[in-house]
Every structure is written in C-alpha cells, then in structure tokens.
Design a protein around this ligand. Structure first.
Ligand SMILES: [Fe+2]
Ligand SMILES: [Fe+2]
Length: 129
C-alpha cells in the first residue's frame, strides 16, 4: 500500500472526499500490480486511473465554475500540469510497457502531488463551492 486512508487530508465537501477515496483505492491497486510486474493488469488499471483522475478534475472544475470561485484558473492550472504528466507517463507506458516506470511515477510524483494538492487547493476550494 503506497497511500493510506489516514494520510488523505479531508476537505469540507463530501463529493470531493469521495473522489479522493476512490482514487486512493485505484492508486493502491495499480501500485500493487506494478510491484507484481503484471503488465496486463497495470495496463487496465492505468487506463482506469487516468479516467478516474479526469473525472475527479472535471468534477472539481465544474463545482468551481458553478460557484464562480475566484481561484479557478490557478486550481485548474494545477490539474492541467498533472494531466500533462499523466499524458507523458501513458506515452512512455505504451512504448516500454515497463511497470517499474509506472511504480516510480506513483511513488515519486503522484502521491506527494495529490496530498499537497488536496491540502493546498482542494481544501480551500471545498470551503467556497
Ligand atoms: Fe481533488
Ligand atoms: Fe483539485
């Protein structure tokens, strides 16, 4: 397990918390598949995680637009930077099919990014939407 539920910051919006918890489960499943070196399972779970992240970001962006939240462009820019990183990861995965690369991305980028992003951006946004 690369990400424990206790480590996930809670925000004051139930939809956002639910999105984060779903993502935590997928991240852990994908991380385990990487450790086991099962490329087929990694492939499936990586597609699922990418869809899940897009759904997560889009939902938050809709909430911000509905509430006309002033920091929408900054929060969205944070999402866009992770969208770009995920796109690059997917490209590398398609070329090399190397579970260790995905594992490294989760351990060294995704988990710390997510925890910081939730604490810094989602928490303030949740107060406003
Ligand atoms: Fe979020
Ligand atoms: Fe966010």
């Amino acid at each position: 397990m690369v990400l424990r539920k206790e480590d996930l910051p809670m925000v004051s919006n139930a939809i956002m918390n639910a999105l984060h918890e779903d993502e935590l489960e997928l991240i852990n499943e994908l991380h385990q598949a990487c450790q086991e070196g099962n490329a087929d399972v990694v492939d499936q779970l990586l597609q699922l995680l990418i869809q899940d992240i897009e759904d997560h970001f889009t939902t938050e962006e809709e909430l911000m637009r509905e509430a006309e939240f002033f920091a929408y462009p900054m929060h969205k820019a944070e999402h866009d930077s992770m969208r770009k990183r995920i796109g690059e990861l997917l490209e590398r995965w398609r070329k090399h099919k190397e579970p260790k690369e995905v594992q490294k991305f989760i351990e060294e980028e995704l988990v710390s990014w997510l925890l910081l992003h939730i604490a810094r951006w989602d928490a303030t946004t949740a107060e406003a939407v």
